[in-house]
Design a protein around this ligand. Structure first.
Ligand code: HEC
Length: 237
């Protein structure tokens, strides 16, 4: 009995180490072939964003895509430990609408140490991101979307930084330098703003890689925010 138990524990420990190692230092590839029926972004939902709500297509899906549903982890091809987080339907297998604390997705993300998802050395979700997920689940975890159009806010600290955090940093951080680009610091974002690659890539212009890679194009209003910030000289404001 004892040896079976020890063997099981060994296998579990190996599994955890393997899971951590195989996700480490890999540039995520978003599998967005079927983003769970999310449609209409950018700019065609016709529904204005309410500040009281959190929307799946605008905030939750991009976050999960760039931090969980990547190659080697929870994309459709790898589906590590059977977990595939690349579509709304699949994500909902780990969500109990109305109760974040009963949802496996939430519980994995708020774990600490090597247990948490995404596993170290990938960054843990920020408290802000966790709060978004919590609110979205507690509001019923709908497959919802809205047009986000606050183009009057184009400050780095309040608008641009958050956009990068939620849609780009999963692949562009010191541990995972997609294209050798770090979008987790002002300096890194400023560099691609100045060389034209930021605007070229998010507008899917010819000659640039389409960003977020494999994901949903940023909403028109978000692109407008980035453009205004770049046109203002991409200040650290
Ligand atoms: C799923 C991973 C992933 C996400 C999410 C992602 N990127 Fe990238 N990005 C990459 C990889 C990998 C490269 C380098 C290879 C390439 O150009 O396709 C890259 C390249 C780039 C480049 C250089 C493009 C060029 O044509 O030289 C820019 C700029 C960029 N990303 C910006 C962004 C921005 C801004 C976002 C968020 C809106 C973003 N990325 C989201 C993976 C990602």
């Amino acid at each position: 009995m004892m040896s079976v138990k020890m063997l099981t524990m060994g296998i579990i420990a190996f599994g955890i180490i393997f899971a951590i190692n195989s996700c480490k230092h890999q540039i995520p590839v978003i599998d967005n072939g079927n983003p769970g029926g999310v449609s209409g972004l950018p700019g065609s939902t016709g529904k204005t964003c309410s500040t009281d709500s959190v929307y799946f297509a605008n905030e939750i899906f991009p976050l999960i895509s760039s931090t969980c549903a990547m190659s080697g982890c929870h994309d459709a091809a790898t589906h590590k430990e059977g977990v595939n987080l690349s579509t709304y339907a699949n994500i909902m297998r780990y969500v109990v609408p109305g109760s974040a604390t009963s949802s496996k997705l939430y519980r994995e993300i708020v774990k600490t140490g090597s247990e948490r998802m995404p596993p170290p050395p990938m960054a843990a979700w920020t408290s802000d991101q966790v709060a978004k997920l919590t609110k979205w689940i507690n509001q019923g975890a709908a497959n919802n979307a809205c047009d986000k159009c606050d183009t009057t806010d184009y400050k780095y600290s309040t608008a641009i930084k958050t956009l990068m955090q939620n849609k780009c940093q999963g692949c562009h951080n010191p541990a995972l330098l997609g294209g050798n680009i770090d979008l987790s610091t002002y300096t890194g974002v400023k560099a691609v703003a100045v060389n034209g690659k930021l605007y070229g890539s998010i507008t899917w212009a010819a000659g640039f890689s389409q960003m977020p890679k494999g994901g949903i194009k940023m909403a028109d209003c978000e692109i407008a925010q980035v453009k205004k910030w770049i046109d203002a000289g991409s200040p650290n404001n």
